[in-house]
Ligand binder design. Structure first.
Ligand SMILES: Cc1ncc(COP(=O)(O)O)c(C=O)c1O
Length: 450
C-alpha cells in the first residue's frame, strides 16, 4: 500500500474553488507553482482540501528539513503561545531569543567569538549582511554572482540575478552591486575542461577588481555555497577558496548565503562545511525554524558589532513562537543521525535520477550536494538547449499523480528536490517512481513530436 491516495482528479473541486478565490483576492504577482490547496500535513505527506493524499518533494521550498509539523516543534509552539506571543526584542528580552542566538553562535563554522542577529526572512538577513558589511568596512560595493538569488526586497533584488522572473519592471535597482560570472560547470564553453573553466572564472573574478571595482571599495562578496534558485550548482572548491583569499587580502567581508543550502540540506549542517572554508558572516533562514518565519545573520563578533545600536532588527524579528520552534529544529538537525539521513536521502534521489537519465535523454544533468539535488532538462543532450516547457509539464504530470515538485534554474528548466529530510524510504521511492513516470511521459512526447 502506497502513501499517495487520490480521491479526485488533481486539482479536485475544493482546491479549484479555493484557488479561484485566491486568484480573485490576491494579485497575480504573488503567484503559485501548483493549483492545489492543502488542509494539513505531517512529515512529507500532504492532505489536500478534497481529501487527496500527496507526497511533498518541495518542502515549502526548502523550509521543512524537519518535515511538516514535527511533534516537538508543535508542542514547543503550543507551550509558548500561552505564555508570550510577542514582546518585540527592541522592547525587552526573553530567553528563547537569547538561546537561538547562542545556538547559532555555537553551531555555525568558525572558531572565533560570534554574534547573531535575528530577522524575519532570508531577504532581510541578506539585506542585513549588506548593512553590517558596509558599516564595518566603511565601504559600499557588494560583489555578487550570475545565477544568484538573494531575495525580493529592493536591495536583495538588486543582488539577485534572474531578470525576467524576478526583476522585470521593478527598477531602478540599488547601486554599487557588481555581478561576476559564476562557474556553472554543466554550461561551460564547449571544448574547455572543468579545471580550465574554473581557472577562467577565477581570472575573470580577479580581473573584475581591475576592470569593474577596486577591491578597497568592496564591502562584501556574497555567495551561495550551493546556488539554489540558480539551479542547485555547487560552487567549485577552488573558486570559493579564491574568494576567501581575496577577502582576506583586501579586508572584504565574505558572506555565505545559506538560506536554501543550510540546515542539513547538503548532509552537513551548513554547506560551506563541505569546503573547509569559514565565512565571516553566514545568512540563514528557511529550515531554521521548521516553517515559522525566522532568519539570522551570524558572524565574527567584531564585524557584527559594526552597526550602531538601533541599526539592526525590527518589530517581529526573533518572535517568541519562531524562536522556540527554531530551538527544537536546530537541535534536531544538528544531530549526526539526522545529517546522515539527509545524505542517504540525497544518495537515493541521485541514484534514481542517474538511472533515469541513462534511459531518457530529456535529462541533461543531475547535480547538487547531499540532499540538494536537481535534474536539468534539455531538448537535446548535445546542444543542451533548455527544455523549460517540458520541465513545467513534468511538474504537472507529477502533480496529477500525487507528487509535488517545483522548478529552479536560470532557464527554468530544472526540477529541484527539497523533500523533508525525515521522508521515509518508501515515501521517497514512491514519489521518485512518479517523477520517473512523469519524465518518461514528457520525454516520449519530445521524441515523437505531433
Ligand atoms: C539563497 C537564498 N537567499 C535568500 C532567499 C530569500 O529568502 P526569503 O524568501 O525568506 O526572503 C532565498 C529564498 O528562496 C534563497 O534561496
Amino acid at each position: 500500500m502506497g502513501t499517495i491516495k487520490l480521491l479526485t482528479e488533481l486539482p479536485g473541486p475544493n482546491s479549484q474553488a479555493l484557488v479561484a478565490r485566491r486568484e480573485a483576492a490576491t494579485p497575480r504577482g504573488a503567484s503559485k507553482l501548483t493549483p492545489i490547496a492543502i488542509e494539513q500535513a505531517s512529515g512529507a505527506v500532504l492532505t489536500d482540501v478534497d481529501g487527496n493524499v500527496l507526497i511533498d518533494l518541495a518542502g515549502g521550498i526548502g523550509v521543512l528539513a524537519v518535515g511538516h509539523c514535527p511533534p516537538t516543534v508543535v508542542n514547543a509552539i503550543h507551550d509558548q503561545v500561552e505564555k508570550l506571543i510577542h514582546l518585540c526584542a527592541i522592547v525587552g528580552t526573553y530567553e528563547s531569543y537569547v538561546r537561538v542566538a547562542e545556538l547559532m553562535n555555537e553551531v555555525t563554522p568558525g572558531d572565533f567569538a560570534k554574534k547573531t542577529v535575528l530577522l524575519n526572512s532570508g531577504a532581510e538577513a541578506l539585506e542585513s549582511c549588506v548593512k553590517i558589511s558596509r558599516s564595518y568596512t566603511g565601504r559600499s560595493a557588494i560583489v555578487v554572482f550570475e545565477g544568484a538569488y538573494h531575495g525580493r526586497t529592493n536591495m536583495t533584488l538588486s543582488m539577485t540575478s534572474k531578470y525576467g522572473l524576478f526583476k522585470k519592471g521593478f527598477g531602478p535597482f540599488a547601486p554599487e552591486i557588481y555581478r561576476l560570472p559564476f562557474p556553472n560547470l554543466y554550461r561551460r564553453p564547449a571544448g574547455m575542461s572543468e579545471e580550465e573553466y574554473i581557472d577562467d572564472c577565477i581570472a575573470r573574478l580577479e580581473n573584475a577588481f581591475i576592470a569593474q571595482v577596486d577591491p578597497s571599495a568592496v564591502a562584501a562578496i556574497v555567495i551561495e555555497p550551493v546556488q539554489g534558485e540558480g539551479g542547485f550548482i555547487p560552487t567549485p572548491l577552488r573558486f570559493l577558496q579564491r574568494i576567501r583569499e581575496l577577502c582576506d587580502e583586501h579586508g572584504i567581508v565574505m558572506v555565505c548565503d545559506e538560506v536554501q543550502c543550510g540546515f542539513g540540506r547538503t548532509g552537513r549542517l551548513f554547506a560551506v562545511e563541505h569546503y573547509g572554508i569559514v565565512p565571516d558572516l553566514i545568512a540563514t533562514a528557511k529550515s531554521i525554524a521548521a516553517g515559522m518565519p525566522l532568519a539570522a545573520v551570524t558572524g565574527k563578533a567584531e564585524i557584527m558589532d559594526g552597526p550602531h545600536p538601533g541599526g539592526l532588527g525590527g518589530t517581529y524579528s526573533g518572535n517568541p513562537l519562531a524562536c522556540v520552534a527554531a530551538i527544537e529544529a536546530i537541535n534536531m538537525i544538528r544531530q549526526p543521525e539526522f545529517l546522515q539521513r539527509a545524505q542517504q536521502v540525497g544518495d537515493r534521489i541521485r541514484e534514481y535520477l542517474l538511472a533515469l537519465q541513462a534511459e531518457v535523454p530529456l535529462i541533461g544533468d543531475v547535480r547538487g550536494l547531499g540532499a540538494m539535488v536537481l535534474m536539468e532538462l534539455v531538448t537535446d543532450p548535445e546542444t543542451k538547449t533548455p527544455a523549460a516547457q517540458e520541465t513545467l509539464e513534468v511538474t504537472l504530470e507529477a502533480l496529477k499523480r500525487g507528487v509535488i515538485c517545483i522548478r529552479a534554474g536560470l532557464y527554468s528548466n530544472g526540477i529541484r528536490f527539497l523533500p523533508p529530510l525525515n521522508i521515509s524510504d518508501d515515501e521517497l521511492d514512491e514519489a521518485l517512481a512518479v517523477i520517473g513516470e512523469a519524465v518518461r511521459v514528457v520525454g516520449a512526447k519530445l521524441q515523437t513530436p505531433v
